[in-house]
Design a protein around this ligand. Structure first.
Ligand code: SF4
Ligand code: SF4
Length: 203
């Protein structure tokens, strides 16, 4: 799995959730079509009259998530921008997605703007395997936020975290070790360690 494969999965799902924040600071979420994915860039469209358009332009950011039929979830949090040469891109969008002619026939398509995302971080999360599997990726060298927990040298090897971990993803050692790709980020080990040797990542 890599960022390119995750973007392709979002295109296959096609109708995914796009989250923004409105002018009052309230969260908003909408189902939007992923219209084109090419060269580690995701494209989508919306009309200039919509609140969604305004929120995208004002913040320059969007969060996207989709779920495959195999219960793989993909997340993308990134910076969004209006592409250059809107007419060329819109004509291509309608050529590759002819169903859109039913909603915006003829010249009315030009009330739409094409946005792109090629910068941000992505996460692949598969709950349909045991143990679960997760992996994070960067788009265009963006920083990936570290999440979850790690075990410090304060660990005294009591084994409590390994015994209780719901995904059995803690390995014995000096110190004990969390297999990050299998971790739920549930925090059970963090709350239960008797010597507080487990800390949050990214702090
Ligand atoms: S619960 Fe804490 S001290 Fe015990 S093994 Fe786990 S990390 Fe080490
Ligand atoms: S956060 Fe949860 S899943 Fe991850 S290692 Fe700790 S107990 Fe296990």
């Amino acid at each position: 799995m890599d960022a390119r494969s995750c973007l392709k999965l979002l295109r296959e799902i096609k109708d995914v959730a796009f989250a923004t924040v409105d002018e009052n600071g309230n969260p908003q979420v909408r189902i939007i079509d992923v219209i084109i994915v090419e060269d580690e860039t995701l494209y989508f469209v919306t009309a200039r009259g919509k609140s969604f358009h305004k929120e995208l332009v004002q913040s320059g950011k969007v969060a996207i998530t989709g779920l495959t039929k195999d219960f793989e979830s993909i997340r993308l949090m990134g910076n969004v921008y209006l592409v250059e040469d809107q007419k060329k891109w819109l004509d291509r969008v309608f050529e590759e997605n002819p169903v859109m002619n039913g909603v915006y026939p003829g010249e009315s398509r030009y009330i739409l703007d094409v946005f792109a995302i090629d910068e941000g971080e992505m996460e692949y999360f598969n709950l349909n395997q045991s143990p679960i599997y997760r992996e994070s990726f960067s788009l265009k060298n963006s920083k990936v936020t570290e999440k979850g927990f790690f075990i410090t040298d304060e660990c005294v090897g009591c084994d409590k975290c390994r015994e209780n971990c719901p995904q059995q993803c803690i390995t014995e050692g000096e110190p004990y070790f969390i297999n990050q790709e299998n971790c739920l980020h549930c925090g059970l080990c963090y709350e239960g360690c008797p010597v507080e040797s487990i800390v949050k990542r990214g702090k």
